[in-house]
Structure formats: C-alpha cells, structure tokens
Design a binder for this molecule. Structure first.
Ligand code: GLY
Length: 350
C-alpha cells in the first residue's frame, strides 16, 4: 500500500493498493463523520463494485443513497448535473454529508462538479476504477461537464477529501479501455520520468501497477502543488493533448481520448524531431512505446482539418498556444508559439 499526500488548497491522501474497496467505510471515518454518503456511479461500475462499497459503508454504520448514470461520455452533461443536484436535495443531503464518485473519468468529473456546486460545495471522495482515472483525472481537482460547444467547458477546480485507488478494479477493464489509460501513463513517463519509461518498455501491459500508478500520481501531486489552477506548469500534462483533442473531436469521439492522446504524442514527437527540438531516438522511442501498447500512431485527417479544430482549443490564449514539446524522454517543456505556427507542427507531425 502507498499513501501519497497532496498539499494543495486542501490537503488529502491518495491511497493506492489492491482490494481496498472493502475498507471504504473505515477510510471515510478516518477523515470525516458524514451522516449520509451519496454514491454517484455508472451502470457498469454499479454492477461490479457498488455492493462492496455499500457493504463497507454499512459495516461502518454509514447511511448511503445512490445515483446511477448511464456509462459513457454522453452522460457528462448539464441535465445529469441538475438531476443529481435535485436527487441530493430530495434526499436532504447537507454540507455535513459526503459524495463518493465511484467510477472512471466521466463519473469523477461529473460527481466532482456536482460536489463543487451543490450547496456551494460538499465534501467528496474519488474512487477511480479505470487506469486513466487512477493516474490522472481523480487527482488534482479538475471537475467538469461537457456542453454542446465542447468537452469540459463548464467546471471548477475542487479538490476531493480522499482518493481511494484500488487497482484490483482494473482487472475488469477491457483490453481496449486499459490501453487507453496506458496512453496517459506513457505521457507521464515522457513528461518527466525516464525510469518509468524504461519500466513500461520492459514490462509492456504487465507493468507493476502499484509502482506505475504511484509514480504518475507523485508527478501529478508535484505539478498540482506548484500550479493547482493551471496557469503554467500544470499545462505540461497536456503533452499530446493539443493535437489529440483535435483528433478526438474530428472523429466525432469515435477515436477515444486515450487513442487520440497516443496519436497526439506520436505527432508532436515527429514534429519536434523535424523542427530540430528533439533527436531521432526520442521520436523513435515514443512511437515504439505507443505501438508496444497497441495504440494508434496516426489518424487519417488532413493537417488543415486538425489545425482548424485546434483553434477552438481552450488552452489557446489570444494569438498564442502553449505546446508541450518532448525535448527528450523524461524532459518535456512548454513552448509558446503563435497560433498560426501550429499548422506547420501538425504538417510535420503527419
Ligand atoms: N488532466 C490534466 C490535469 O489535471 O491538469
């Protein structure tokens, strides 16, 4: 078991271990004494893990209610946000109660935004059940819903009170969903962890889960402690995401977020090499590891199509866009470029 403490606007622990869902009740009582706990989850996770969490809450004498959404990104919307708020109000949930986000990134983002907004803020804990949410979205307090104009356009920075990362839940993921989380893990290694990169290359998908999740979470902890509100250093976590988001959007989300990030990583590596920002080995190593994890390296969109889509990116400020460049594996840094220079990066990346 590993415990990593985040010291941001709120201090909280991330507990990483095997088979700890059944200790949810006691872990909650270590940090708070809610009267009622509201579990928010999706239909798939509900059928797999709610019972274990509910039994644990009961054993600890905690009352609970539950709201189940349909699985998938389409559920991260304003209607569900309001429906959940109504559900909490109907059940007289107050600020002395607590919300549990039990699931992957969609559940975590939606339940987190509900927690940030309902009664102007109620305590919540994250119990991530996908690799992507274990290593990234459950940590750092980004919460959001999607609107018609784009993904995550409405949200808040709101830190959880605790993250319970039980990586035995990853056993139930399909190979495809697991690989998608691997794209984010590879991203962390390329940003700043050469040892992690070597471990991944050596062990492929049989990597040591506790080691890999802890390394990613420690990196995220350090970044969030320096830049909780995403003004500078936190943008490093966007490595592969600027082009990746454009790929995801252009495909109408048929290409998943993880696959799009993998493509974005390979494209920015190629472009960085062609522009003399990294050497050939760095580019080759990044493409090699993406292939080893059965992730795609390119999408069939033209440079112009992708460029137009990046213009709507929320990371763009005025005429500038901050790109994350992999100068070498383990050393990625931000590079501010004029928005129109983005086209040539995309052209070189194809
Ligand atoms: N997922 C990127 C971040 O939390 O900043």
């Amino acid at each position: 078991m590993k415990t990593i403490t985040v010291n941001a606007s709120k201090k909280y622990d991330i507990i990483i271990s095997n088979d700890i869902l059944s200790k949810t009740g006691e872990m909650i009582l270590n940090i708070a004494t809610p009267k009622t706990v509201a579990i928010i989850t999706d239909d798939i996770v509900d059928s797999l893990y709610s019972k274990t969490v509910e039994n644990s809450l009961e054993k600890s004498g905690l009352k609970f209610i539950k709201y189940v959404i349909e699985n998938g990104e389409q559920s991260k919307n304003g209607q569900n946000f309001l429906k959940i708020c109504e559900f909490l109000a109907e059940n007289q949930i107050t600020r002395s109660d607590m919300i549990i986000a039990l699931g992957g990134g969609v559940v975590g983002d939606l339940a987190g935004f509900v927690s940030a907004s309902y009664l102007r803020g109620i305590a919540f804990i994250q119990i991530p059940t996908t690799l992507l949410s274990c290593v990234d979205s459950s940590v750092g307090g980004k919460t959001a819903i999607d609107i018609e104009s784009g993904k995550n356009l409405v949200g808040a920075f709101y830190q959880p009170r605790l993250v319970i990362c039980d990586y035995s839940t990853l056993d139930s993921l399909s190979d495809e969903i697991f690989s998608q989380g691997c794209a984010e893990v590879i991203k962390y290694a390329v940003i700043g962890n050469k040892e992690l990169f070597s471990h991944l290359l050596e062990n492929k998908k049989s990597f040591d889960r506790e080691y890999v999740i802890s390394e990613c979470v420690k990196m995220k902890r350090d970044i969030v402690e320096h830049d909780e509100f995403d003004k500078g250093e936190r943008q490093l976590l966007n490595l592969g995401h600027t082009i990746g988001h454009a790929v995801e959007l252009k495909s109408d989300f048929k290409i998943s977020h993880g696959e799009a990030v993998a493509i974005g990583l390979c494209m920015i590596a190629k472009a960085s090499f062609k522009k003399g920002l990294c050497d050939e080995k760095t580019k080759d190593d990044i493409i090699k590891i993406v292939k080893e994890f059965d992730l795609p390296v390119l999408a069939k969109f033209s440079a112009n199509e992708l460029y137009k889509t990046t213009l709507n990116d929320k990371k763009r400020t005025g005429d500038f866009i901050k790109l994350v460049i992999p100068y070498s594996v383990g050393d990625s840094r931000l590079l501010k470029i004029k928005t129109d220079e983005m086209l040539s990066f995309i052209e070189e990346g194809i």
